[in-house]
Every structure is written in C-alpha cells, then in structure tokens.
Design a protein around this ligand. Structure first.
Ligand SMILES: Nc1ncnc2c1ncn2[C@@H]1O[C@H](COP(=O)(O)OP(=O)(O)OP(=O)(O)O)[C@@H](O)[C@H]1O
Ligand SMILES: [Mg+2]
Length: 552
C-alpha cells in the first residue's frame, strides 16, 4: 500500500488562504451517473480553471483529481522556498490498512488473472468490487460505508490504476512526470505553475522496480535486466520512458511519463500560445497544400511532435496520410489516415540483429510507400528508416517528420554522417525546416518556433547547406519577423504559373483567416479542420463568413 510513499494532508496553517477549485456545476451534476455501482470513480476530463497569480509565493490551490478520493494541492513551501505539488489522498487508519492488505491477498488468490493488463473498464471494476465484498463478508469484518469507499479507492488505484501515480496521471494540468530514482521526490511539469517537486517519494528500490514493471506491462512492452530500457505508450496515449536497473542510471530505476492533451493542439492553439504566428502558419498551409517536405527539429520535449501534429491538420481531407511511429503520438481524426506503430520483437536476435515478430520503422516505411500515400509522416527519424524516408521524398511523396537536433547545420551533418549516411543529393529533398525551443525558468514556460528555414541547396561538402531564413523569432519583442524572398513560393510559382506576388497575397489572406479564428477562439480540432477543408473548396465563403476584407 501507500506505506513507503509519503503523502498526506497539508499542514492546517495553509488552509486559511487556500483557494479550493471546484468542478464546474455541469460536471458536478454528471459526477455519479444514475445506476452507477456503489463505488464509482470519475475518469472523465475535468472542467475547471486554475487561478492566476502574480506572485507565486501566494499560490495555494487545491483541486480535484479523482474526487472525493484524491486532490492536488499546489502551494508555496516556506521552508524550502519553492512551489510544491502535493497529492492528497484519503488517509487510512490502521484497521483500514490491515483490511486492505487482507483484501489484496484475497483478491490475488481469488482472481487468477493479472490486472496489470487490465484497462479501466467498468466491468473489471464491478468484478473486483464483487470480489472485495465477498472477501469482506468472509472475513466477517464490519466496515462503514465511508471506510468501504476508501478501501475500494486504494484497491482500484493499485489493481487497475497506476498506484501512487494514478492521481497525477489524471491531472489534466500535468505535462510531465519525472522520477529520477528511489529516495528522491518525483518532479512534475505543470502547465500552469511550472516545475514542482511533489510529495511522492519511492523510498525503496524494489517498489520502484515493481512500478517500472507495471508500466512496462501497461504499455504492452517488456523490460528485464537484459533489456533495461523501456519506451512505450500507456493506453491513454501518454508516453513512457523508463530504465529498469541501476547500472543504466546511477540512482536505480527511473521513469518519465509524458502526458498529452486529450485533444491535439491545433495551429490556432499554437498561434494563441505564441508558439508561432498566423503568417507562418499560412505559409506552412500553402507549403503543405503544394506537398513540400517539412521537418520539425529541436531539443528533447521542445514541442516538435506537437508542431508536426498541428501542421498535419492542413492536409486536405481527401488526401491519404500514412503515419509511422515507434510509439503512438500522432493524433489526427483525418478520415483517410493509416496509422502504423512499430512492434518490438522477442527472443534472441537473428544474424541481422532482428528479433522474432519485430516490425521496425524501416519495414513499415518500405511497406507504406506501396499504399501510395499522398502524405507520409514518420514520428521521429533516427536510424536506417531515414534513408527510406528521403528516398520517398525524392520520389515525390510529401514527407513530414521530426528530428532531434538544435540547428539546421547539425541536422544536415547528422543526416550525412554515420550511422545515417545520406548523400547530399537526398538531403536536398528536404524543403522546410522548423526549429522549436522550450524556454523555461522560474517565471516562464513557453515554447517558440525560433526559425523557419527553406533549404535552397545542400552542398557536397558535409554539413554545408545554403538556406533562407524565411521567418525568425525576435526574442526582445517576442514576435516573429518575415524576411521574404521565399524559395518555396518561387517554386510554387514556377510550377503553377501563379505570380509570386499573388501567392503572397493568398498567404496574407490565409494569415487573416487564421488570425480571425484565433481571435474568435475557434481553436477546436473538428472546427478547425472543417474550416480548412471548406477553405480548399470555397475560400470565398470562409472569407466572407469571417468578415475579412480582401484588398483588391
Ligand atoms: N506549443 C506548445 N505549447 C504548449 N505546450 C506544448 C507545446 N508544444 C508541446 N507542448 C507540450 O509539451 C510536451 C512535449 O511536447 P512534444 O512531445 O511535442 O515534444 P518533442 O519535442 O516531440 O519531444 P521528444 O524530443 O521527446 O520527442 C507535451 O506535453 C506537449 O503537450
Ligand atoms: Mg517527439
């Protein structure tokens, strides 16, 4: 149980100025649907807004995660002089703790299947609840309704959920959860209040090892001493990275869980967050319509995949998209989309280094070109699949991908040198490179597109490239500068016979459309893609509906 994980209710002194965030009334009404079983846990996304603070020393907010069982409490820790994030769960008395232990033993005996693979279905919960009730009856224990619900919560949490992490996993405001080993607190990245230390500490290594095993099983992958690195996704789409043993990372097992917003971010969201601006996105829109190849680059967690996922929303609805990933991150509701995920094999690798049942990105990509896609997306390229991707580009398939590199020069050099080893002539198929950064310190947590560059020519000499910085971010005023002379627009003009000036006008109109949508707050995925597709067919309708005046 929760014995060696520290958690509990915050000091009473905090309570005075505490802001308690409630569910919105409409969600509250839905809290327990009619006919729900005795024990009910509400996993639907919560609707609430967290208050803004000028001074973070004043922050003291408590909000529901799995009400009434688990809450998040964010407050200023006077002693440590830092903002902290506490999970507050119902506290068990000794009798309840004892009872839970007995019930767990009983359940393990009675239920001969592993719940580690269980998804959060009501059916499983009902099944467990029935068994818990019969165990309690068998033990002849007298349990109040209040105790019973508390006990059921912990049983749910540890059998079906992700143990101590379950409340955090259900916090829509958490972006990242990081555990750097036993004996040190788990850290979180909060969408609103930035980075914080949490009150969850795995005191003991075996407990952490157990947890990493559970994570592995939930992702359908396998970790062991021989294969100590885990990279997978949880059923809710969160991405998990973990190490199993202490020889890989010195503090013993570690894990990070990257959560995603349930609804993917749209270009409009990115404009509202100032990660990019309307004109940049209008240019990207034109480039995608005309099937130019784009790669998003940046450091770890800078927002490459999110940017990629947003720009794919400009793909016309009738076009076929094939996406290929190691772990599922691309999230579209495009009708003509074939998502594929690589599969890890098992057993001893054969002479080619391949395991039984293994399907690599390389295999998938080669296969995908046979499906004749209009747009090919590779979540992230690293190895020999890169070659296939660039061959695809060279043969006219629009390709989109991300790559871990801080600059265009580094990207090109890494593509041209081992282990990837592409010839300059293939790297030259790339048209547009978007670089993103994550800027964070005590007071800010923002993501910015620092540059959009067009590749003009990749030179024979390794790592040298002639490019045009079409847009760049200007940090002092926090805005984007358009430098003009687009190479891509010149190519479109050559292909279509439309003068560059006209293409620029079109880009400006689209920029106004996007700016209007951002201004009106029309940022939802379905709404946004509907408007994009209407624009492809009847641009005038969209322009006049949004009240945009087109200059003659
Ligand atoms: N522009 C943005 N504004 C706000 N949050 C963002 C933005 N871009 C990304 N995020 C959030 O940041 C986290 C990391 O984003 P993402 O996975 O896109 O990064 P990445 O660069 O692809 O990371 P990796 O190097 O691990 O592949 C996610 O939780 C995502 O929701
Ligand atoms: Mg990524």
């Amino acid at each position: 149980m929760a014995d060696n994980v520290k958690s509990g209710i915050a000091p009473l002194a905090q309570a005075a100025q505490q802001v308690v965030v409630q569910q919105s009334p409409e969600n509250e009404a839905l809290l327990k649907p009619q006919g729900a079983p005795e024990f009910f846990i509400d996993l639907r996304p919560r609707l609430f807004k967290l208050p803004e603070y000028q001074n973070k020393e004043k922050i003291n907010v408590r909000y529901p995660l799995l009400p009434p069982y688990a809450f998040a409490h964010v407050f200023w820790d006077e002693k440590q002089k830092e903002l902290v994030y506490h999970i507050e769960e119902q506290i068990l008395n000794d009798t309840e703790k004892e009872l839970i232990k007995l019930i767990q033993l009983g359940l393990e005996e009675m239920i001969n299947i592993s719940f580690r693979y269980a998804t959060k279905s009501d059916l499983i919960l009902k099944y467990i609840e029935k068994n818990v009730q019969s165990i309690i009856a068998e033990l002849g224990a007298k349990v109040s309704r209040e105790s019973y619900l508390k006990i059921m919560y912990y049983i749910y949490r540890d059998f079906i959920g992700l143990n101590e992490m379950e409340p955090m996993i259900n916090d829509p405001y958490i972006e990242d959860i990081e555990c750097n080993g036993a004996g040190t607190p788990v850290y979180i990245v909060h969408r609103k209040y930035q980075n914080m230390r949490s009150n969850i500490i795995y005191e003991d290594q075996t407990k952490l090892i157990d947890f990493v095993e559970k994570l592995a099983q939930k992702t359908g992958r396998y970790v062991s001493y021989a294969k100590p690195l885990l990279d997978g996704s949880l059923p809710d789409g969160s991405r998990v990275n973990a190490t199993y043993t202490s020889d890989v990372t010195t503090h013993g097992p570690t894990f990070t869980i990257r959560k995603f917003t349930k609804e993917p971010l749209t270009p409009i969201n990115l404009i509202s967050y100032q990660t990019t601006d309307p004109k940049i996105m209008a240019f990207v829109w034109l480039a995608i319509e005309h099937k130019f190849n784009i790669m998003a680059i940046g450091e770890t967690a800078s927002g490459k995949t999110t940017f990629l996922n947003a720009l794919l929303q400009f793909v016309p609805s009738e076009a076929r998209i094939v996406s290929i990933e190691d772990t599922r991150e691309i999230n579209l509701s495009h009708e003509n989309w074939i998502p594929a995920v690589a599969r890890v094999g098992f057993g001893i690798p054969n002479l080619l280094g391949k395991q039984y049942g293994e399907i690599t990105l390389f295999d998938l990509l080669r296969e995908s070109f046979r499906q004749n896609p209009d747009y090919v997306v590779v979540g992230e390229v690293r190895g020999k699949e890169t070659y296939v991707l660039f061959q695809g580009m060279a043969s006219g398939h629009a390709s989109y991908s991300t790559f871990h590199a801080a600059s265009v020069e580094t990207l090109v050099r890494r593509l041209e040198t081992p282990p990837i080893n592409l010839p300059a002539s293939l790297v030259d198929s790339l048209d547009i490179i978007i670089s993103v950064v994550h800027l964070k310190d005590q007071n800010k947590n923002v993501r910015r597109m620092v540059a959009l560059k067009e590749i003009i020519e990749v030179k024979q000499q390794v790592g040298t490239v002639d490019s045009n910085t079409l847009f760049e971010w200007e940090p002092i005023e926090d805005k984007y500068v358009y430098n003009g002379n687009s190479h891509v627009l010149a190519i479109i003009s050559k292909r279509t016979g439309i003068p560059v000036k006209k293409l620029e006008d079109e880009m400006n109109i689209r920029a106004e459309v996007l700016a209007k949508l951002a201004e009106k707050g029309l940022a939802g995925y379905d709404e946004f893609t509907k408007i994009v597709n209407l624009y492809y067919k009847e641009p005038q309708t969209v322009i006049s509906e949004l009240g945009i005046k087109v200059k003659a």
